[in-house]
Design a protein. Structure first.
Length: 350
């Protein structure tokens, strides 16, 4: 039984990047032998075990055979006679198909180290086209590293889209890979890849215009991406991608208030600004409002949020409890509170 470090840990070490997690492939072992050695089985689709002390993942070397559509359409074979080279051959990209033994020697049958030096994303074998999730993974790695995609790999990606294989992508996996790519240093490279292979038009037809500026947390980045869309388009996109509530909520808020936010830069009345604050529910959810303004600054060149920020600060400083006690009747509280907040906003903007 021999164990090898594989995949991302080897890749990132060669790139001089911090290694977060190490995954291992075990050659020459059975599940029973792993359990007897103290490893805890955790794999559902194939034999994966946790090391008894480090809790790192150790997977038995395996091969895969296409048996159906989509990323789950595979028959897995894991046995002591599967070699390390066979295991590496099933991987997606050459830079993820490098192993390192206990002495630190690299096992690199597909030229992954060479492709790393060249900044190239290249598939390992024709089996790449059997799993549509790999299109998204390539696009995500382009966003992470800024690498170019090998021409032969792009041709495979195009063929997968044209054949309909990519139509079998599971929404949850799409969002998982898409969100990771959007959070990477070069998300525009992900969209370039998806556009080039034809998957953007198939998967995200609403996004005909892709913004260039992305910083901050994922909900802000997603709101920037959706900034020019209508509410109906944002809803359709979020439904298709199964976007989580936080991302959906902020993107929809941007679609509703985009026009009002733009107009706020020239707004002359405190009432206009208070109306935006109320529509955004900014007094109850100031953190979300701050994220909305951050998205607006990124999506609209020259957008100045200072006026709205001062307006919110002034409105929030008004003592609602004191006003409620002064009101002659409960029905009068809302109007009185609005007047006090408008007056506070007007004073703050002088």
């Amino acid at each position: 039984m021999k164990a090898y470090v594989v995949g991302g840990a080897v890749r990132d070490e060669l790139l001089g990047l911090p290694v977060q997690d190490r995954d291992y492939v075990v050659v020459g072992a059975t599940p029973e032998e792993m359990v007897k050695a103290g490893y805890k089985p955790v794999g559902r689709d194939f034999p994966v075990f946790l090391h008894p002390q480090t809790h790192e993942e150790y997977a038995l070397a395996r091969t895969e055979r296409k048996s159906g559509r989509g990323y789950k359409g595979f028959t897995v074979y894991a046995a002591p006679d599967v070699t390390l080279e066979q295991d590496l051959a099933r991987r997606d990209l050459t830079l993820n198909a490098i192993a390192k033994d206990a002495e630190g020697r690299l096992i690199d049958p597909h030229g992954g180290e060479r492709d790393l030096r060249a900044g190239l994303l290249r598939h390992v074998s024709e089996a790449f086209q059997e799993d549509p999730v790999r299109i998204l993974r390539v696009a995500r790695f382009a966003a992470r590293f800024g690498f170019r995609i090998a021409e032969e790999t792009m041709q495979l990606m195009k063929a997968m889209v044209a054949s309909g294989e990519a139509d079998h992508l599971v929404p949850e996996r799409v969002w998982q890979e898409f969100a990771k790519g959007l959070a990477e240093p070069h998300p525009e490279r992900m969209f370039e890849a998806l556009e080039a292979c034809g998957l953007r038009a198939r998967l995200m037809p609403e996004l005909s215009r892709i913004p260039k500026n992305y910083t901050g947390p994922l909900p802000v980045r997603f709101a920037v991406l959706c900034w020019m869309l209508s509410e109906a388009e944002v809803t359709a996109l979020c439904d298709r991608l199964r976007a989580p509530n936080e991302e959906r909520d902020l993107a929809l808020l941007g679609a509703r208030l985009r026009g009002a936010l733009t107009a706020s830069m020239s707004a002359t009345t405190a009432g206009d600004l208070l109306n935006i604050i109320k529509r955004a529910d900014a007094l109850r959810r100031p953190e979300r409002f701050a994220s909305l303004l951050e998205a607006a600054r990124l999506a609209q060149a020259g957008f100045d949020t200072a006026k709205l920020e001062r307006a919110l600060e002034a409105a929030a400083a008004v003592d609602a409890g004191a006003i409620a006690r002064r009101a002659s009747a409960p029905a009068a509280i809302s109007a009185l509170l609005d007047r006090e907040r408008e007056a506070a906003i007007a004073a703050a903007l002088v």
